[in-house]
Design a protein around this ligand. Structure first.
Ligand code: IPE
Ligand code: IPE
Ligand code: MG
Length: 240
């Protein structure tokens, strides 16, 4: 079903808290339900042959939340990466992270490093988990790496253009074809600003825990009906 036209889908998984509140539950219950929804979605993405899935798990700005909520999320990440992702590994998913490790708990960093090592030779699909992530911060990190390579003579200025610059980002990923944000808000909240440049955007009212693989399939079907011009003109169709 998926071909070369669609390589990379990114999801801003928003609405866990409101999902829980609507059910009279604690926000943590929403995060747990969100993590289950993500696992189902990621496994489905491999089944339909999507090569890259990026997900916004925790923004650097999310540290503004209560200690209780942040700690719950960090414990949940450890559980996800060290226990729940067995099926993901069996299906040949390579897990990578974008974001900064600075300021993260040691046990969280260990769980992240472990799953990266365990999955590093997998080739069926890549799951890029954005954790302690900000898009502007990623661009600054890339600029710093590029600067170091320039100063050390490892790269020539003329080798770098908007496509090759991606090698300095946290992960060298193809551009995002589809961005999905669940949970009603219509904003990007500092997510993958460099990679989103020609993404088709889908803003869904559904809270993330209720977002299903079928909903993903519907978005993909819609995407295949869109004419992407990348700044050009389709002369056969649009000539007047
Ligand atoms: C997204 O859901 C998950 C994280 C930001 C970690 P929220 O927790 O932002 O849920 P809402 O937006 O408050 O409903
Ligand atoms: C974006 O959601 C971050 C994640 C989904 C991890 P937020 O809930 O933090 O974004 P804002 O505050 O509504 O912009
Ligand atoms: Mg939110």
């Amino acid at each position: 079903m998926i071909d070369d036209k669609l390589k990379h889908i990114a999801i801003i998984m928003d609405g866990n808290g409101r999902w829980a509140e609507a059910r009279g539950k604690k926000r943590s219950a929403g995060h747990k339900a969100g993590s289950d929804a993500l696992e189902k979605l990621a496994l489905h993405a491999v089944d339909i042959d999507l090569k890259y899935l990026s997900v916004y798990a925790f923004s650097t700005d999310n540290f503004k939340r209560s200690k209780e909520e942040v700690n719950y999320l960090m414990d949940l990440f450890i559980e996800m990466f060290s226990k729940n992702y067995k099926k993901m590994l069996e299906k040949g998913v390579k897990v990578v992270f974008s974001g900064s490790k600075e300021g993260l708990r040691e046990d969280v960093v260990k769980a992240m490093d472990d799953i990266v090592t365990k999955s590093q030779n997998n080739t069926n699909a890549t799951l890029n988990v954005c954790l302690n992530y900000g898009g502007r911060e990623e661009i600054i990190r890339a600029a710093e790496r590029y600067h170091d390579d320039l100063v050390n003579g490892k790269v020539k200025k003329e080798e770098i253009n908007r496509d090759t610059f991606t090698r300095y980002l946290d992960n060298d990923l193809p551009p995002i074809d589809i961005l999905i944000r669940t949970g009603k808000e219509k904003r990007v909240s500092n997510f993958m600003l460099y990679q989103l440049y020609y993404a088709e955007m889908y803003f869904e009212d559904t809270y993330f825990p209720d977002f299903t693989p079928e909903m993903l399939d519907n978005i993909i079907a819609d995407f295949y009906g869109v004419e992407r011009r990348f700044g050009g003109i389709n002369y056969e169709k649009d000539s007047r």
